[in-house]
Design a protein around this ligand. Sequence first.
Ligand SMILES: NC(=O)c1ccc[n+]([C@@H]2O[C@H](COP(=O)([O-])OP(=O)(O)OC[C@H]3O[C@@H](n4cnc5c(N)ncnc54)[C@H](O)[C@@H]3O)[C@@H](O)[C@H]2O)c1
Length: 264
Amino acid sequence: MSDFRDVKGKVAIVTGAARGIGKGIAETLASEGVHVVMADLLDLVHESCKEVNEKYPESKAYSVVLDVSDENAVKELVAGAVKKFGKLDIMANNAGMHAPTGNVWETEEKTIDRIMAVNFKGIFFGCKYAAQQMIKQKSGTIVNTGSFFGKVGHPGSATYGASKAAVHTMTQSLSQEIAEYKVNVNALCPGLAASEMHWGFVEADAKALGITFDEMKEKELEDIPLHRYGYGKDLAGAIMWLATPSGEYITGQLINVNGGLDFT
Ligand SMILES: NC(=O)c1ccc[n+]([C@@H]2O[C@H](COP(=O)([O-])OP(=O)(O)OC[C@H]3O[C@@H](n4cnc5c(N)ncnc54)[C@H](O)[C@@H]3O)[C@@H](O)[C@H]2O)c1
């Protein structure tokens, strides 16, 4: 059988996999026969992994609690996956956080440091250790979760946006450095995704406009040409493409997975 789009038997690490987009990525990859290592700051990741194993027992998923801003923990995460499965095919650096920072002139240094540590350094460390393994293998795909907010500045999101912009340019740098080893590196930019992170914004925006949570959701859905929120499965579709010969010619790109929300 052609392996043009086949991911069965591949090994993936997905960070931020306890819930939201990351959980959806892990579930979808597992449903296609990928062995998934699910990592997250929250203990909930063990429960999420149990669900994946019950649904897709052929995928030997296991879970790890870690803070992606801890370089050594990320190094061990990659080493552990390679020890168990002998290789690493897909590194999905997805863990991220947003925090209400206010305007630039109101933002505290500790908030900047934490967001940069998780969103930028966390993804950097995932790239670093996955790259070391993939260079040895001369194969693999690294997929970072970026954001529209990293392409265009938004009020109240200066730190978050800057952290994602840093992810975008780092993705491009690494893609050039590692291309000769047949490893592709890309960032996926979700639009508005159905997740705890996004519901926090919907709630705040609804409050600011004096409308209900559901009215705010309706309003947002009107702006998305495909009229639905994004899910982890949508990102997983792109990851499976990038991880197989069907997508091996794509590298260094910031790919929108956003229902047509914007064209940046
Ligand atoms: N939801 C959206 O609309 C949207 C849009 C653009 C980009 N994104 C990005 O998508 C990714 C996933 O976000 P989501 O929407 O699923 O949010 P979410 O908050 O539901 O999930 C994020 C996950 O990352 C984990 N995490 C946070 N900090 C961590 C750390 N230090 N170490 C390990 N795990 C950590 C959280 O515990 C959580 O499980 C993030 O990188 C986010 O910035 C989301």
